[in-house]
Design a protein around this ligand. Structure first.
Ligand SMILES: [Fe+2]
Length: 322
């Protein structure tokens, strides 16, 4: 433990940021980096990348499976508890027994992550925005951007646009989705059903989203969750699937790096263009690159028995045998 204590004294400049701790982990930030101290060492992540990843991990409730901040540090969701790790899915760390894992109650880790995100996010920096649409995060502490990191999801009772429910987005179209048509569908309800039948232009709705890489649940039928999202720049985390995940590329193009989930060894590159559909296997991790803002629809199966079925090999990690 003395290694950790000594190392932390390297950060004795008072930049206005607090240190945040849970279990054997302690997080500190300086002008440029998040420093992650753990029993056995210290890991560094550029602070802009760290906060973008932290924002997703918090907003998604630790998501499905693994959220890799980079190829060393991340979290694994066990749906009630969460593992925080260094090197768990890194062959070199595992091979030399230098990995470290601790398990926390999800609500306890979320509380620490929420506080750290708020403390370390400077005025003018929005970790949900594309880099070209936000200010810089670097330097000493300067104000905060609590409004940006505490965005509330909009939840319709029945459907956006129905009487008494949420109204259609009033935000402007994003600069990179300004070519998305805004025409409205015709709705011809039978007499007596005017308050129950409705439709809106979903592309138009999504083109007004002010966040990137943040799947919103669009429809939920039993375990079928249809999630739409707008993507620009780089997915801030590398997602390790614990189930098959379907992608429908609705506009533009995303290039995906697909690696082995356990070791991080590269498996393939997938280029998805508008209209392409892919089933991302249950045994991979993936990170997407969207050169221009694009619309992606992610179809998730929320069945809680799936991770065990895949992990035990009872079910193949892909949906179809050709
Ligand atoms: Fe995924």
């Amino acid at each position: 433990m003395s290694t950790v204590a000594n190392a932390s004294q390297g950060l004795n400049k008072d930049l206005g940021y607090k240190a945040h701790s849970i279990g054997g982990f302690r997080f500190e930030r300086d002008e440029y980096f998040a420093h992650i101290f753990y029993p056995g060492g210290r890991h560094l992540i550029p602070v802009d990348a760290f906060l973008r990843a932290l924002m997703r991990d918090v907003a998604w409730g630790f998501f499905y499976g693994t959220v890799n901040f980079d190829n060393v540090f991340g979290t694994v969701n066990h749906y009630g508890t969460v593992e925080m790790f260094v090197g768990l899915f890194n062959e070199a760390y595992r091979g030399s027994n230098r990995h470290h894992v601790e398990t926390f109650e999800s609500k306890d880790l979320k509380k620490v992550f929420d506080e750290m995100l708020d403390d370390w996010t400077n005025e003018g920096f929005d970790p949900f925005a594309a880099p070209d649409e936000t200010g810089l995060v670097f330097g000493p502490k300067k104000g905060n951007n609590t409004a940006a990191i505490r965005r509330q999801r909009l939840v319709a009772d029945r459907m956006v646009g129905l009487p008494g429910d949420l109204t259609f987005r009033t935000d402007p179209q994003n600069r990179q989705l300004a070519d998305v048509p805004t025409d409205k569908p015709g709705v011809f309800a039978e007499p007596g059903f005017e308050n129950d039948v409705h439709a809106f232009n979903f592309f138009d709705y999504l083109s007004r989203s002010d966040v990137t890489w943040n799947p919103s649940v669009v429809s939920c039928v039993k375990d079928s969750q249809f999630c739409a999202t707008t993507e620009e720049h780089i997915l801030p985390i590398t997602h390790g699937n614990d189930r098959v995940e379907w992608f429908i590329q609705a506009t533009d193009e995303i290039i995906w790096d697909i690696d082995d989930r356990g070791t991080g060894k590269p498996r393939s590159k997938v280029v998805m263009r508008a209209g392409d559909v892919a089933a991302m296997p249950a045994d991979i991790r993936h990170r997407g690159y969207s050169p221009k803002r694009s619309i992606l629809i992610v179809w998730e199966n929320n069945d809680s028995t799936l991770p065990q079925l895949y992990a035990s090999g009872k079910v193949a990690p892909y949906p179809v045998e050709f």
